[in-house]
Write a protein that binds this ligand. Structure first.
Ligand SMILES: [Mg+2]
Length: 284
């Protein structure tokens, strides 16, 4: 068991908090549109955003318009479609160059054809990305993967395959959540702070690696899944409880996070995290 480091002076003003949504803040539902955000969670995020001086961003595979609909009337800094698009703390919107309409249309047609042939499959159109959900037919995983590889091969210039929990997605090529985090961390109020990223799925792995390289705190939400993340929370309930503690007693919550066991729990990096935080603060 790692010794618990002194993190008494780690305040909300010292961290940059990045949160995935589905499977992290919210339980994954049968369909992406059937989730909802409680008033309690929305108000907690608003309070944390304000207390952190704006250094709190949602980083999701959902489109930003979809994120805004979920959390309305709250709008937070956000990265959507796995880093393809981003809204800064000042509200400025930027995105990478979009996939060609022809590539999207070809992929959409092929995916819809597949879904019509197999009950239980569901195509989610995110405008610049397309997801095929098979939560309603998990036995079709191999079929779905093979078919999606074939579809991706035809649009490989513009779209690439992204696996997730009971979903295979074609997303704009060449963007990851890590790029979105890096862009936020180059700007105020995120710059110079200790990055913390909490996520649950394969699309979160590049961001975990980035956060590790910056001596931040990477947290995977899963009881056992192998991950580059160095800390682990078992489930959405644990994330929500931690956010509640972060609001009530930031120093204690950050101390607890730094002391958590993780995917690579053989190494104790909690003291390194704390010294990195101190370094960041002194250089800020
Ligand atoms: Mg997720």
């Amino acid at each position: 068991m790692a010794t618990v480091p002194r993190t008494d002076n780690l305040a909300l003003s010292a961290i940059a908090l990045f949160l995935d949504i589905d499977g992290t803040l919210l339980e994954i539902a049968a369909a992406p549109r059937s989730v909802s955000v409680s008033g309690e969670l929305r108000e907690r995020l608003r309070a944390l955003f304000l207390a952190a001086g704006g250094a709190l961003a949602l980083v999701s595979g959902r489109a930003i318009a979809d994120i805004d609909g979920l959390f309305a009337p709250l709008t937070l800094p956000a990265a959507g479609l796995h880093g393809f698009e981003r809204r800064t703390v000042s509200g400025a919107y930027c995105r990478r160059s979009p996939p060609s309409p022809a590539a999207l249309e070809a992929a959409r047609e092929a995916m819809l054809h597949l879904a019509r042939r197999h009950p239980g499959l569901f195509v989610e159109d995110k405008q610049f990305a397309l997801a095929l959900h098979y939560r309603g037919a998990p036995q079709l995983e191999d079929t779905v993967l093979e078919a999606m590889k074939g579809i991706a091969a035809n649009v490989v210039e513009d779209l690439e395959l992204q696996r997730g929990k009971m979903v295979v997605e074609l997303r704009p090529a060449g963007t990851t959540k890590a790029e979105a985090l890096a862009a936020f961390l180059a700007e105020a109020p995120f710059a110079g702070r200790l990055p913390i990223f909490i996520g649950d799925d394969l699309t979160d792995e590049p961001a975990f690696e980035l956060v590790n390289s910056l001596q931040g705190i990477s947290v995977v939400v899963s009881p056992a899944r192998p991950s580059a993340a160095r800390k682990r929370l078992p489930d959405v309930t644990a994330v929500q409880a931690w956010l509640a503690q972060l609001q009530a007693d930031p120093a204690a919550a950050l101390q607890r996070l730094a002391a958590l066991e993780g995917a690579s729990s053989a190494r104790d990096d909690s003291s390194r995290v704390v010294s990195a935080a101190a370094r960041l603060r002194s250089s800020a």
